[in-house]
Design a protein around this ligand. Structure first.
Ligand SMILES: C[S@@+](CC[C@H](N)C(=O)[O-])C[C@H]1O[C@@H](n2cnc3c(N)ncnc32)[C@H](O)[C@@H]1O
Ligand code: SF4
Ligand code: SF4
Length: 372
């Protein structure tokens, strides 16, 4: 390994996952935000400016590479997004910020916004596509498929790295392969797919969730498709397989674990991986509340408190920035679970299962896991 790469791996990171607005131009029934616990208020521009400054200062003072992610709601609806992006873009030019990501709605993506994203050197713009036109529009609203495709074309044409995210339900599972192929042909770099999360609107819509075996079948269909495609989508294939942790289980079942290790760089099991790169993740809601992960305990409030202050007073943030410690915790918690404690890919799967199961239980078996 080169000295540069080694050094790169050892650098600490901090990630701001900022749900900067609760406003949205769509009203998807399955939306995670449809819950009384989700704040419905936004902060004024001067407070958002302070939040961003505080985060950049945290990165500077603690000598970390910073990553900034703007989400919502629809972050493109915030009038001060250009200013926030300009500041983030300048911090990127100065070498403090390594990555800028936006999860935005393409219906509100105009030429001026595309230029602004270009100027800030945005690293990834993520567009949600949940099926071919009729199915997507039944989930996300009429016209949203066309808007997504037009948005993808405009972004790709402007050289902005673009990804697609697909939320799996009963009605669209059979279209994943086709949507993957289609958006890749449009020049999309990454394709992420995840099952319906049963929280907020996802809980109301739970009758649409796939069974575990149906989910396994979708993973298998995608794998067959990617196998047949050879080297055609090599980079997207690697990221796709690494992102869906249950692929570790599927590769294990297929006797292809070595291939999985070589492809993703992940070591699925047993526990005891070398200490990973340290990364502190701040999830910030639109009202400034800072949480550990969705549905997990509150750690503080910005801009009233600085990120530095919140970090220094939060044993949880310290614990969760250490990938190795997360593994240890996962192992401790799953010691008595018959399913996970004897699982050959637990080291890969369990650490990713943190934080989506409510504040009380930090780790749990992947809800979509089909293993008995
Ligand atoms: C909350 S949205 C915010 C960004 C933007 N408004 C959008 O929809 O792309 C972030 C992502 O979460 C997905 N999502 C929303 N509700 C979900 C649920 N119940 N389960 C899984 N994903 C969900 C959306 O489809 C989107 O890809
Ligand atoms: S999923 Fe995204 S676009 Fe749909 S309502 Fe939620 S925030 Fe808005
Ligand atoms: S949920 Fe548990 S049993 Fe299933 S793959 Fe993950 S660690 Fe293994």
């Amino acid at each position: 390994m080169s000295a540069g790469l080694q050094n790169d791996r050892e650098r600490k990171r901090c990630h701001l996952a900022w749900h900067i607005t609760s406003r949205c131009n769509l009203a998807c029934p399955h939306c995670l935000r449809r819950t009384p616990t989700q704040p419905a208020t936004d902060l004024p521009p001067e407070q958002c400016r302070m939040i961003l400054e505080s985060f950049l200062q945290f990165a500077r003072e603690t000598d970390r590479d910073a990553e900034v992610e703007f989400s919502g709601g629809n972050p493109l609806l915030r009038e001060d997004l250009p200013e926030l992006l300009q500041t983030t873009g300048a911090a990127k030019k100065a070498g403090l910020v390594r990555n800028i990501r936006i999860l935005g709605n393409p219906e509100t993506l105009d030429d001026a916004t595309v230029q602004m994203l270009q100027a800030a050197a945005v690293d990834d713009f993520i567009v949600s596509v949940d099926g071919l036109e009729p199915v997507n529009d039944s989930m996300r609203g009429r016209g949203s498929y066309r808007a997504a495709m037009n948005g993808i074309r405009a972004l790709v044409k402007s050289g902005i790295p673009t990804s697609v995210k697909f939320t799996l339900v009963r009605d669209n599972a059979h279209q994943v392969v086709e949507v993957f192929r289609l958006v890749m042909e449009e020049g999309v770099r990454h394709f992420g797919m995840g099952p319906l999360i049963l929280a907020g609107g996802g809980w109301t819509e739970r009758h649409r969730a796939l069974t575990n075996m149906e989910y396994r079948q979708v993973l298998l269909d995608m794998l067959h498709f990617l196998d047949a495609a050879g080297s055609r989508f090599a980079a997207a294939r690697r990221a796709f397989l690494a992102h869906n942790r249950l692929y570790a289980l599927l590769f294990h079942e297929l006797g292809r674990l070595d291939e999985y290790r070589a492809l993703t760089g992940m070591n699925p099991g047993p526990f005891g991986m070398p200490r990973g790169r340290r990364n502190v993740l701040f999830v910030v809601w639109s009202d400034g509340e800072v949480v550990l992960r969705r549905e997990m305990a509150r750690q503080g409030r910005v801009p009233q408190q600085s990120f530095r202050e919140i970090y220094e007073n939060s044993p949880m943030l310290h614990m969760f920035e250490d990938g190795f410690r997360i593994q240890e915790l996962a192992r401790e918690q799953q010691r008595d679970s018959i399913k996970c404690s004897a699982c050959p890919v637990a080291a890969c799967c369990l650490p990713a299962m943190v934080g989506t199961f409510g504040s009380q239980l930090l780790f749990a078996p992947n809800r979509n896991c089909w293993r008995q």
